[in-house]
Design a protein around this ligand. Structure first.
Ligand SMILES: [Zn+2]
Length: 179
């Protein structure tokens, strides 16, 4: 069965990961002493957009939230609130990317089913914009605005210490362009 082969691929991948001795000590250390990620990254679920790879970061370094179209809802805000309030992350990066399928779907009239929740949010951000790259940027800017608004007055997270940034990752070059 195809599913069995895929499952096997996952299992073998996990085995290879566990055999990487250079990670063993760090795994044990972070398991015992907890995580201290230095940044929160909100990125798209697209399999080509891997924040740890893009920023050459490893275990315990980035607190990553991935959702198609890098949109924000209460679940994402809750994750960010936890990382900023309890893990003391002070940099939040919203990372859009070129060639985003969620942005394209939104510009083509929106998706159906649950996808619509995502495309509706992107359309809200994009407004009248029809250029995919500019719509992607506006979608990132929209999320940045939401974060600035939501964390303006928080009892445990000093707004003055928070740095909320937006950027676009370019699929082909691998470059991150800060907005
Ligand atoms: Zn995407």
């Amino acid at each position: 069965m195809i599913e069995d082969r895929i499952l096997q691929r996952l299992e073998q991948g996990n085995l290879r990961c566990r055999q990487r001795q250079e990670l063993a000590a760090l795994r044990q250390h972070t398991a015992r002493h907890g995580q201290e990620p230095y940044a929160i990254v909100v990125a798209c679920s697209d399999s080509r957009v891997i924040p740890e790879q893009i920023f050459d970061a490893g275990l315990g370094e980035l607190f990553v939230i991935r959702v198609a179209g890098n949109v924000l809802d209460k679940h994402q805000l809750g994750s960010i609130e936890y990382a900023a309030g309890h893990l003391h992350c002070r940099l939040i990066l919203v990372l859009g990317h070129t060639g985003c399928g969620a942005v394209s779907a939104a510009l083509q009239g929106g998706g159906e089913g649950y996808i619509q929740y995502i495309t509706d949010e992107i359309l809200l951000a994009a407004g009248e914009e029809r250029d995919p790259l500019r719509a992607c940027e506006k979608n990132v800017e929209h999320a940045v605005e939401i974060l600035r608004r939501e964390f303006r007055e928080h009892p445990e997270i000093p707004a003055a210490e928070l740095d909320i940034r937006g950027a676009v990752y370019e699929l082909e070059s691998g470059a991150v362009r800060w907005l």
